[in-house]
Design a protein around this ligand. Structure first.
Ligand code: NDP
Length: 294
């Protein structure tokens, strides 16, 4: 029997592990879950027929999934699990992590006969609940084929390159989300000050070349409604944009717009709160312009 393990039952990990469990059940596999706050693992076991386990137990699984805030937390659990890992296992890290960490973690795991794949996801909590996430995978292509049948939470899986490439693509994708979200917020603040109805302005933008996911979905549903539902933390988006800046440095690239948005998101995180939804970054733009986006 193949044993699968999932560590990190947060906003993303909880529904991802639920899809893993229903797929595994149909194929006779076992799914162990671990969470820092154990009550969440016990609740997951009750709800989805998984098994709450210790870090030593999850370390002995054939395929280990992690979905934690940053690579630092992955380092922490990896350090505790390392002595108990099973040679021949695959570690699939769905955290939006750091490419440099991926290189180091892959080497550390390889020394124990374990293959590391960086496999961050996009699609948000709705995509996770629907099992329609896009998974961008860095690392060995053969290891991906071992893991692929278990990616039950995925709508699309793309092998983007060697170790760290998945994390790199994710960081750039989210930096682009930061750019469109921030720039659209600025544009709307200016229009608001000019007395334009923002719903009408978005109606035009969304039928024109300025549209984006931010203008079509995020701002109408989360900002203009003043709901800012907390599904993806502003602190996590700021972290991703920071990784894109680190990547720029490491390849000696020139990406001043990405650097600007990383700095703006860091400032917004401080002003508004790291745990707030990422769309709440626009509250800083509101303060800067003395107007509310309604
Ligand atoms: P959450 O904050 O909802 O969940 C974080 C998880 O990590 C929880 O299970 C938490 O445990 C655990 N954790 C936190 N610190 C530690 C630690 N020191 N040691 C062990 N476990 C720890 O985050 P998300 O699920 O939103 O995000 C997870 C990853 O997915 C991030 O890298 C994020 O950038 C990425 N992501 C998020 C998306 C979203 O829409 N939310 C979309 C795509 C990617 P506990 O329950 O004890 O707090």
């Amino acid at each position: 029997m193949t044993t699968l393990a999932f560590l990190g039952l947060g906003a993303m990990g909880d529904p991802m592990a639920a899809h893993l469990a229903s797929h595994a059940r149909a194929h006779g596999h076992r799914v162990l879950v671990w969470n820092r706050t154990p009550a969440k693992a016990e609740a997951h076991a009750q709800a989805h027929g998984t098994q709450a386990a210790t870090r030593e137990e999850v370390a002995a699984a054939d395929v280990i999934f992690t979905c934690l805030p940053t690579s630092a937390e992955v380092d922490e659990v990896m350090g505790r699990m390392r002595p108990h890992l099973r040679s021949g296992a695959t570690w699939v890290d769905c955290t939006s992590g750091h490419p440099d960490a991926a290189t180091r973690q892959a080497a550390e795991l390889a020394a124990r006969g374990v293959t590391f794949l960086d496999a961050p996801v996009s699609g948000g909590t709705v995509g996770a609940q629907q099992g329609r996430l896009t998974v961008m995978v860095g690392g060995d292509a053969a290891a991906l084929e071992t893991a692929r049948p278990h990616l039950a939470f995925a709508g699309k899986v793309v092998h983007v390159g060697g170790t760290g490439a998945g994390f790199a693509v994710k960081a750039v994708n989210n930096a682009l989300l930061g750019v469109t979200l921030w720039a659209t917020g600025e544009g709307l603040a200016v229009l608001g000050r000019a007395g334009v109805n923002l719903g009408a302005a978005l109606d035009v933008i969304n039928a024109s070349s300025g549209r984006s996911n931010a203008s079509e979905n995020l701002i109408p549903q989360r900002v203009l409604t003043r709901e800012f539902p907390a599904t993806f933390a502003l602190g996590l988006l700021a972290k991703d944009a920071g990784i894109a800046v680190d990547l720029t440095q490491s390849v000696q690239g020139s990406a001043p717009v990405l650097a600007q948005v990383a700095a703006l998101l860091r400032g917004a995180q401080r002003a508004v709160g790291a745990q707030e939804d990422h769309t709440a970054a626009l509250k800083l733009i509101e303060t800067m312009n003395g107007t509310e986006l309604r």
